[in-house]
Ligand binder design. Structure first.
Ligand code: PHE
Length: 449
């Protein structure tokens, strides 16, 4: 199977586009609020530097050496007596599980883009009523926008690596950065900025519990698109002479920077109007529009730009969530891209409807398990269990299964001797320890804090 190749900048933008997503602009800010700010941000930053970056290099390496779909790459690289490792490649299917709720949230964003045009809510009560009504009562509207999101995403994936994925990332990523940095410059001149800055960067240790640590580790994987084969699948199309280390560094850096900028922008607006920090998942849908309504027409423009950026971020990540399974179906079953996209698309689309119904009053009970809405189960199981598990498999595979010479042959000349030693140590010991610890903590076997 010959896969198409990205251009060098195309690959960087596509990988960054995958990483920078709803995780950065929607989730990171509200999680920071829920877990009290600075200390959570610090754990998140340390995890990214210590584990996230190393695993990203490892995941890119598997793709770049394997040059197949995720299952095929593991199979090809595993030594003859360890071919069972190919099953690790099924981590690519996690992307579809994530897509079930990811697509619903992109749908909400589309809805808001239109909602904003008819005016911003002026009180938290009305804003909350709008959001709660959408999520709790308007199944039809949500299904409509979830359908629109699905059609756009699957169409881009259908157009392929070059004509679809690379192209959209080369356009939307610069646009997204322009909007966000523009908003940051504007925010820096507001009173709330210094408060937002200290909220995010002054650690309040008493707020940090074991749950916050586990969530920070899980989120660092989610936000970097690690542990489910998105980066691996893209790296299978890495241009021949591109540096894995350099690319992984740029992507990690951009992703972290954009999360921090998004957090600063949102909290500046919030604190400027004296709104409290902890708002949960409704943060950007409820609090932000109200706060911006105080800015008059300018506020409408700011809100529009913000949701536009959010939708760009969501779309460029969504395509990377669908592509691994599509690549797998094409490689394995020799199907056409069209059929592969259709199968993957319909699969997540239908479960996605279940996810959105699980939040509605009418259907919620039906789509819940043990009182937990399907939406939450899908989200929690991917970001707290499946992605760290995928990350663990990647670290073990590169750290223990692939012969060291093979790994060193590529990375030593990119990193230099000393950095390579540190990176290899991280992949063999630090990343697996942290991930196992995290999973044990989740199951309650090992509870800290
Ligand atoms: N990184 C994306 C985000 O931050 C989500 C994602 C996870 C994309 C895993 C691909 C793979 O929203």
């Amino acid at each position: 199977m010959k896969v198409a190749q990205f251009s060098r900048i195309g690959f960087i933008m596509a990988a960054a586009g995958s990483a920078v997503g709803l995780g950065n602009i929607w989730k990171f800010p509200y999680m920071t609020g829920e877990y009290g700010g600075g200390a959570f941000v610090l754990v998140y930053l340390v995890t990214i530097a210590l584990i996230g970056f190393s695993v990203m290099v490892a995941e890119m390496l598997i793709g770049a050496l394997g040059r197949r779909d995720t299952v095929g790459s593991f199979e090809r690289l595993a030594p003859p007596d360890k071919k069972g490792w190919k099953y690790a490649g099924f981590m690519g299917f996690n992307g579809l599980i994530i897509m079930t709720f990811y697509s619903v949230v992109i749908g909400w964003i589309f809805y808001y883009l239109f909602e904003i045009l008819s005016g911003l809510p002026t009180s938290t009560d009305t804003a909350k009523a709008t959001f709660d009504n959408l999520v709790g009562n308007e199944a039809g509207i949500q299904i409509f926008w979830h359908t629109v999101a699905t059609i756009i995403v699957t169409y881009i994936v259908y157009r392929g690596i070059k004509g679809g994925i690379e192209k959209i990332n080369l356009t939307l990523m610069p646009a997204l950065m322009l909007i966000l940095f523009g908003l940051l410059i504007y925010a820096m001149n507001l009173d709330g900025f210094s408060k937002a800055f200290s909220f995010m960067f002054e650690p309040k240790w008493d707020k940090l519990n074991s749950e916050a640590i586990v969530r920070a580790i899980g989120h660092s994987f989610f936000t970097l698109s690690l542990g489910m084969g998105a980066i691996m699948t893209y790296a299978a199309s890495l241009p021949k002479h591109a540096s894995i280390t350099k690319t992984a560094f740029i992507v990690t850096f951009m992703d972290t920077l954009i999360a921090l900028v998004a957090g600063l922008v949102i909290y500046t607006f919030l604190f400027h109007e004296g709104a409290p920090a902890a708002q949960g998942p409704g943060l950007v849908f409820i609090s932000l529009p109200v706060v911006l309504s105080n800015f008059g027409t300018l506020g409408t423009a700011l809100a529009l730009l913000f949701f536009l950026a959010l939708s760009f971020a969501g779309l460029t990540s969504a395509v990377s969530l669908v592509e691994p399974v599509v690549q797998y179906l094409i490689d394995r079953f020799d199907t056409t891209r069209f059929k592969a996209v259709l199968i993957a698309g319909i699969g997540y689309y239908l479960v996605g409807i279940g996810a959105l119904l699980s939040y509605t009053k009418a259907w919620g009970g039906f789509f819940s398990i043990a009182g937990k809405p399907l939406f939450d189960i899908l989200e929690y199981s991917t970001d707290s269990i499946l992605l760290p598990l995928g990350g663990l498999l990647i670290a073990i595979f590169v750290g223990y299964v692939l012969p060291k010479e093979r790994v060193a042959a590529v990375l030593k000349k990119e990193m230099g001797e000393r950095v390579f030693t540190v990176w290899y140590f991280s992949v063999r010991y630090i990343a697996p320890t942290a991930l196992v610890f995290m999973m044990l903590n989740l199951t309650g076997i090992l509870k800290i804090g």
